[in-house]
Design a protein around this ligand. Sequence first.
Ligand code: HEM
Length: 417
Amino acid sequence: MTTTGAVHGCPVNESFDPLSADFLADPHAVLAALPRSEQPIFFAPSIGYYILTRYADIEQVFLDPATYSAAVAQAPLVPVVPEAQRILLAGGHRPQPSMVSLDEPEHARLRKPAARAFSMKRVSALVPVIEATTARLLDAVGPAVEFDLVAALAFPLPANIVFSLMGVPERDYAELKHWSGYRAALGWGRPAPEDQVEIATGMAAYRRYLRELVDAKAAAPGDDLTSDLLAIQRENPERLTVEEIASILFSLSFAGHETTTGLIGNTVRRLLEVPERWSAIAADPGLIPPAVEETLRYDPSVPVWRRVTTRPATLAGLKLPAGAKLFLWLAAAGRDAAAFSQPDAFDVHRPDSGRHLAFGKGLHYCLGANLGKLEAQIAVTALADRYPRLRLAPDQRLAFHPNISFRGPQVLRVRTQ
Ligand code: HEM
């Protein structure tokens, strides 16, 4: 180890900070300025992680879960102050709490029932619901000449869908959405110590709410995923506990909307950036699914995911010890010239954009990939149908939530004519 915390022989980049204003404004510009081919792996003291930029190395990590554990997937990047820790623990928020950060065999225990309850049948049945929700949200825009696409559609659509899938009453949607902001800050941001107590209190309330939802569905089942999971639990209480059902809901409730809000915002942004792109998809909606796929490669809404070594490993030619924390830069993998030709060009006709790593790969491969893509496709289809001449409003500076893993414009002003 060097004084920075990196192993000997590993390049160290003192100035790389994925939470800096420059990085948040334009991570691809930061990536373009890095000496990628000479340094496919480097250490960033700002967060204490090894940064991986090559597609092949990141894929290798995803495909070897015995060497690369998911335990750090949502670990705070900064120390959590004792008072906030106490509130989190009292609220049932344990350090290794949910599907995405568990290794085998505990991971499979949660994933199997969730995948079963999250079947293709349930997802397909959602198509008319997603279409109707999109139409209702766009109707509410009315005759406005300019509106914020995120507030009007990208934000409420995925939230409404995932919460209704879970069986959350509509009156509680806003509160769940609010708690999710705390979750992004705690797991993937750098919250100041003075803000951590408020965040922890919100997280504890979020956990409590989900446990109460499970109790309410146990007493009065409905046609929703929570009730499906309870049915599985009743069949075989050994396989799934009530506590674990609340944990699955904790995973889905967050993963199911923040990611998709970003995907819709990023897709519309990239399509409107060049007006001819929008005209092309408005004229030929068949181009919309490939455009969503290309956005996942070019500007993914989950640009970074994390792993930690369980034992010594060699990665990108570097010998790492056990306990080395890895920052898998999925957005950089999408721009790797060894994986995609002309990676910095956005091209809806690209034949292989679907090879992106935006949903991860292997055992933890995103459970909601089909649902997220479907929502984005339906949202863009409805927008292009109503507004074939949609344009970005001029003079706007896009802002992004300060965290490493969830990315999409917080506001995207568009003009309808
Ligand atoms: C549309 C944009 C989405 C993106 C870019 C995305 C991305 C990801 C990524 C990168 C992972 C980690 C994969 C790994 O560790 O190998 C993941 C896992 C997960 N995602 Fe998504 N996701 C999206 C939408 C959704 C939706 C809509 C849902 C559910 C309603 C969802 C549920 C999950 C769950 C439950 C996991 C954990 C799976 C496991 O640990 O086995 N995601 N997602």
